[in-house]
Write a protein that binds this ligand. Structure first.
Ligand SMILES: Nc1ncnc2c1ncn2[C@@H]1O[C@H](COP(=O)(O)OP(=O)(O)OP(=O)(O)O)[C@@H](O)[C@H]1O
Ligand SMILES: [Mg+2]
Length: 499
């Protein structure tokens, strides 16, 4: 007989005008890795909030290990052994790995913190989980993948039986992915149950046993991963088949519109390249390769320490993002939550905020053109919102991302820098974003695209520059693109420097 650790019975949660979760009944087996998939706004995070007590259902029940609850309190969920690992980690950067694992539950000896015992226990835990990590290292000195692993170790040390991972999308290198998968395997051996939310469908097929699909807050299906393929999963999610190929940009790039010569900062060393009109120039590299830092110099966020930039053949030296925008260069930041949106404003105001000057004539704002623009993006990017007046903080994570994209597309920029354009965005909307990128360059504008998603980088770029250790270490033309070549280039510098 199947051993179910968790079942929901007709679980619902409504917000004004939105059925975020609508009568959902699903079952999770003990010890399985269970994926929850669905488009942006499908109700995944809402479901998780009900399971961890961050929110309460309006109707329905949660059955955990045979006991039925009408709602859970956060502490109660924790005591039951339910833990969630969010994308924003709750680790303290300047504390050690061991200290973070025992954070809030420090081991004391007669009122004094027993550091020795904590270190010993932390080491034993790492050994048991097969993780090779220096338990004395500070969190801020670790890569994102290892930070995620510390979060998981922390959950394991709290005796969690049921670990939920909401979009653990940290771009992992091949080696790190292996470590991550190894940990998940170990957790399974210990009979820990894992619920896994991700828009990266490859991950679902790599590590999950079963998958449940939600759509518009409703349960669609639960399937054994072994019995379906990616195409079928997508059609469960979006209710139709979706072509997975990339739109081919119609035009060929022409003369250089932007040039960097020996550009340097604290993190970027002598970067030289040219971006052509009508070009999508991809930037590849491992986390920390200096791609975001390079983008920040071009957008006037960080100061350069050396080299120079030319824009339309003239020296370009933005003192601030406002300068860059005024010149027609825009950036869609990687960290959209903190840099891209104003939580207290509506969807409409967030979109038109940077673009106001396009809608103003002699400082009179043209309200109807403003509304038209906003509605066009809501439609094209399929932004799930009851209206353009909804506060952005009430939108799902992915839909907030789409608003940031819309906001930058609505400005009249000639060069747009996309930093991880489709992170957290569902399969359907990804396609729309690629089409909008093509439209953008068809108008003779240019794009710099930084991405950790190798297929999209290869599918969309005219050329790819590879960065490593703050340097541009390779350039590939379209006919030379391959995942292996890019990875090799991206890590070559590291090996040289480490040797
Ligand atoms: N506090 C709130 N007020 C109003 N609506 C809300 C609130 N929280 C969530 N919603 C709405 O509920 C729906 C489901 O949101 P949820 O965050 O669960 O989606 P999701 O599946 O996690 O999406 P994503 O993939 O984008 O993270 C969305 O339409 C969202 O706008
Ligand atoms: Mg979510």
């Amino acid at each position: 007989m199947d051993d179910y650790i968790l079942k929901t019975h007709g679980l619902s949660r409504y917000f004004a005008g939105v059925k975020a979760l609508d009568n959902v009944s699903l079952s999770i087996r003990r010890g399985e890795v269970h994926a929850i998939c669905g488009e942006n706004g499908a109700g995944k995070s809402t479901l998780i909030k009900l399971l961890t007590g961050a929110n309460v259902p309006v109707s329905g029940t949660i059955e955990f290990e045979g006991i039925v609850y009408t709602k859970l309190e956060p502490r109660q969920a924790m005591n039951l052994g339910i833990t969630v690992i969010y994308q924003e980690f709750s680790l303290i950067p300047y504390l050690s790995v061991a200290e973070n694992i025992f954070l809030g539950r420090e081991i004391h000896n007669y009122g004094i913190r027993n550091v020795k015992k904590m270190n010993k226990d932390a080491q034993a835990l790492c050994d048991r989980m097969g993780v090779k990590i220096d338990i004395h290292a500070r969190i801020c000195d670790l890569g994102v993948a290892y930070q995620e692993i510390v979060e998981i170790l922390k959950a394991v040390s709290q005796q969690s039986k049921f670990i939920i991972m909401d979009e653990p999308t940290a771009p992992l290198t091949l080696n790190e992915t292996e470590i991550f998968f190894g940990i998940i395997k170990k957790l399974k051996e210990n009979n820990t149950t894992i619920v896994f939310i991700s828009h990266r469908l490859e991950e679902v097929f790599d590590i999950c046993d079963r998958v449940t699909v939600l759509c518009d807050g409703k349960f669609v299906t639960t399937q054994d991963v072994a019995n379906i393929n990616k195409k079928q999963l997508i059609s469960f999610m979006v209710g139709r088949e979706l072509a997975e190929d990339y739109p081919v940009p119609a035009n060929a790039p022409s003369a250089p519109v932007f040039e960097a010569k020996n550009l340097s900062s604290l993190f970027v060393h002598n970067a030289s390249f040219a971006l052509r009109q009508g070009e999508i120039l991809g930037f590849s590299g491992l986390v920390g390769a200096g791609r975001t830092e390079l983008a920040r110099i071009i957008f006037g966020v960080d100061k350069k320490t050396g080299g120079n930039m030319l824009y339309r053949g003239k020296p370009y030296n933005p003192a601030s993002p406002r300068d860059a925008l005024a010149d027609g260069i825009g950036l869609i930041p990687e960290d959209r939550k903190n840099q891209g949106i104003i939580q207290g404003l509506s969807v409409k105001d967030n979109i038109v905020y940077s673009a106001l000057k396009n809608h103003a004539k002699y400082t009179v704002i043209n309200r109807s053109s403003e509304r038209e623009t906003v509605d066009m993006y809501i439609r094209d990017l399929n932004i799930r919102t009851p209206s353009r007046l909804q506060l952005i903080r009430n939108l799902s994570g992915g839909n907030q991302q789409k608003v940031v994209l819309a906001k930058m597309l609505a400005t009249n920029c000639d060069i747009l820098i996309f930093d991880e354009p489709t992170r957290g965005i569902d399969v359907g909307a990804k396609q729309e974003i690629y089409h909008l990128m093509c439209q953008f360059i068809d108008m003779g504008k240019s794009i710099i695209m930084i991405s950790s998603e190798m297929p999209e980088l290869i599918g969309m770029s005219h050329r790819i520059l590879v960065m490593s250790g703050g340097k541009i270490c390779g350039e590939l033309q379209r006919h030379e693109f391959s995942q292996e070549t890019i990875l090799e280039m991206a890590s070559s510098n590291l090996f040289k420097e480490g040797a």
